[in-house]
Design a protein around this ligand. Structure first.
Ligand SMILES: Cc1cc2nc3c(=O)[nH]c(=O)nc-3n(C[C@H](O)[C@H](O)[C@H](O)COP(=O)(O)OP(=O)(O)OC[C@H]3O[C@@H](n4cnc5c(N)ncnc54)[C@H](O)[C@@H]3O)c2cc1C
Length: 351
């Protein structure tokens, strides 16, 4: 699947700056023979000895949304014909703080390289570009379904990332592609098992699920699993869902949650909509509902699950265990493997 389709409009400009026809077929191979190892250049390693085109490379392999690495800056500096630009690249190559500043908020991306450093246009040899440009890394998405509900399918919930504002506005590469992908499209993926994030072996054990945004994903799998158990008459322990979001839940999830509540798969849903006024976050609801939550949390079989950003997990943890005895309780849960976190950070925004 093309990965990073948002850069499709830039391919011709990039090819022009590299003096190569986007659709010209070529084979890359080391002049000295042998093979290019992956650690030397992941991209050359991938394309060597295969017929390909720049258009294919730039739309499927090159991570054009990534920032120029310090190494790339050092090499590119030597091809710059502008003293100022060369100095800038040189400094970015050997001053880590300066490099981080340049890359902050989506700066110095490969896709913008010839706009940011005009003196490089027409001066970077194709083989140098191919040697340096990184390949896409895999993005992780939590499975948001249970085989009990959809045997041959895997569902994911993706939050479409938008970072920065104005000129610095950037769309997340994978989340944007996934969001605009037409139904029926194919994509490459692999499934990894998460060791820690599973329902308790005893279905009667109480569970508390805390999630924000796409952090709801694993809990959908949980309630689907518990709905299937309820259907066959399995007695279930209480299950509380504390969910934080910017907008109301979509209708599909809402409908499913109502059904989950009706059959006892979820016993209590507390939703914190942060765009509603007054602004309230999950931690505020935890504090407000502590009387109802306390007996569940203190049950010796209770398992707590947190999924979402680092800041959300930190904020909720601090109100669940605000005191010294609370800390001891938390440590006990952690040591007994009853406290589970699936944390993914980064700036989050939905469009
Ligand atoms: C264990 C785990 C589970 C996950 N589960 C889910 C899930 O179920 N659903 C989900 O939606 N996501 C999930 N994620 C996050 C997901 O893997 C991706 O990180 C997310 O979708 C963003 O990828 P992207 O390609 O869209 O963004 P990218 O293109 O990779 O951009 C994101 C990064 O770019 C940088 N950046 C670029 N421009 C700017 C700018 N202007 N300002 C600031 N920073 C900028 C930042 O470092 C930012 O973090 C999970 C992550 C982990 C680790």
């Amino acid at each position: 699947m093309p990965f990073g389709t948002q850069f499709a409009g830039k391919i011709d400009t990039l090819c022009k700056a590299l003096n190569v026809e986007p659709n010209a077929v070529f084979i890359a191979r080391p002049t000295s023979g042998g093979v290019v190892e992956k650690h030397i250049s992941p991209l050359l390693h991938e394309i060597q000895y295969k017929y390909t085109t720049m258009k294919v490379i730039l739309t499927t392999l090159a991570a054009l949304g990534d920032p120029l690495s310090a190494t790339a800056c050092a090499v590119l500096a030597s091809y710059s014909e502008d003293q100022k630009e060369a100095q800038l690249l040189d400094r970015a190559s050997n001053d880590a703080e300066f490099h981080a500043k340049m890359c902050k908020d989506g700066g110095m991306r490969w896709v913008d390289m010839f706009d940011s450093f005009k003196s490089l246009v027409g001066n970077v040899p194709l083989e140098i570009f191919l040697m340096l440009v990184p390949t896409h890394h895999a993005r992780l998405y939590s499975i948001a379904s249970s085989p009990a509900a959809s045997k041959d399918e895997i569902h994911i919930i993706v939050s479409r990332r938008v970072m920065g504002e104005g000129e610095n506005r950037r769309k997340g590469v994978a989340s944007d592609d996934l969001s605009v992908m037409p139904p029926g499209s194919s994509l490459q993926f692999s499934v990894r098992t998460c060791r820690d994030f599973h329902l308790p072996p005893d279905p009667r054990a109480p569970i508390v699920m805390v999630g924000a945004g796409s952090g709801l994903a694993p809990f959908r799998g949980f309630w689907q699993e518990r709905m299937a158990m309820a259907k066959v008459g399995q007695p279930l322990g209480p299950a509380v869902l504390l969910y934080g979001c910017r907008d109301e839940l979509g209708s599909i999830l809402n409908k499913e949650l109502i059904m989950a509540q009706a059959c006892g798969a979820v016993s209590l849903v507390i939703t914190a909509v942060s765009t509603r006024l007054p602004k309230r976050y999950i931690q505020d609801h935890v504090v407000e509902n502590m009387l109802a939550l306390k007996p569940i949390l203190e049950n010796p079989k209770c398992e707590v699950y947190m999924c979402g950003s680092t800041s959300m997990v930190k904020a909720v943890t601090s109100v669940i265990a605000p005191t010294k005895p609370g800390e001891v309780w938390l440590q006990k849960l952690q040591s007994e493997g009853r406290w589970h976190e699936d944390v993914f950070g980064g700036p989050e925004s939905n469009i």
